[in-house]
Design a protein. Structure first.
Length: 286
């Protein structure tokens, strides 16, 4: 037997089911043989018992849980939920701040670290908004003043290998500007990925990616698909990506380079993203 499966079996056999659980399983199995008409009902009860046992095994045995994570499809138990929501509607002052929370990562230390980062970011935004609102009310008593912030998150990828979350913040004073912070977690290695960590040491990934993105910007400009400041004398030219440029990995395993609103294009182009073809990076990826 495969060593991992053998270890899984040992860990599972160490879990002590309660007498009630054993009796329910035994009754369900015997009853299903006696009464075919109630087979599905009994199977449902048995499955419920097995789910309880499975849940106990995940909680009681890190080795068992780690082995389960290597089975295709089982990484989907990782969830991203809304931990908290802060909403203000006070005349021209409006705020909506949602805080994400990750559940189900096998690396609890990494999970706790990320969740703390999410909470700290939201707390900082709330404190800044409340401070600005208080100051503006003091400076312009009784006047209509507009101050707005919209912050939330988008789960970009959640498959067997990758969890990628985009935490965004839109400042809605006048024309809105939007910034993003991406978190890309490799579920297999239990690490928070950075752009440099994806490439071989001393590989010139910045130049490779920048050349592709520059060409793609020019192509989209020529086609009228979007507008980029790639050759603009006022706002450009585009000089290339940063060493730690925002990115995530999509469901196809492709690197997606991301820019904030107004970073490389006018507001009409939103927050641009460029999916990098495999042939661009295949010789420099780790």
């Amino acid at each position: 037997m495969n060593k991992k499966l053998e270890k899984m079996k040992e860990e599972y056999m160490q879990i002590k089911a309660s007498d009630t659980l054993k009796e329910r399983i035994d009754i369900s199995m015997k009853a299903s043989k006696r009464n075919n008409a109630n087979t599905w009902k009994k199977i449902t009860g048995l499955v419920a018992c097995l789910i309880i046992a499975f849940s106990l095994s995940l909680n009681l045995s890190p080795v068992f849980a780690s082995t389960i994570a290597d089975i295709p499809g089982m990484s989907e138990i990782v969830k991203v939920l809304t931990f908290g929501r802060y909403v203000v509607k006070d005349g021209g002052y409006q705020a909506s701040i949602e805080t994400p929370k990750i559940e189900g990562l096998l690396d609890k230390e990494l999970q706790d670290k990320l969740n703390k980062d999410f909470k700290d970011n939201s707390k900082a935004l709330i404190l800044a908004f409340e401070s600005d609102m208080k100051e503006l009310k003091k400076q312009f008593p009784g006047k209509e003043v507009h101050l707005g912030i919209d912050s939330g998150y988008i789960v970009k990828t959640n498959n067997d290998n990758i969890l990628a979350i985009d935490v965004y913040m839109a400042n809605t004073v006048g024309s809105s500007s939007t910034t993003h912070k991406f978190y890309t977690i490799d579920k297999k290695t239990k690490t928070l990925l950075t752009l440099p960590s994806l490439f071989k040491k001393d590989s010139d990934y910045i130049q490779k990616l920048s050349e592709y993105i520059t060409a793609e910007m020019k192509r989209q400009n020529a086609k009228g698909e979007k507008t980029y400041w790639v050759d603009d004398p006022t706002f450009g030219p585009f000089k290339g990506i940063k060493e730690n440029q925002n990115f995530h990995i999509n469901n196809d395993g492709r690197i997606v380079i991301c820019f904030d609103k107004y970073e490389v294009a006018p507001g009409s182009s939103g927050s641009p993203e460029f999916v990098i073809p495999e042939e661009v990076v295949k010789y420099i990826l780790k």
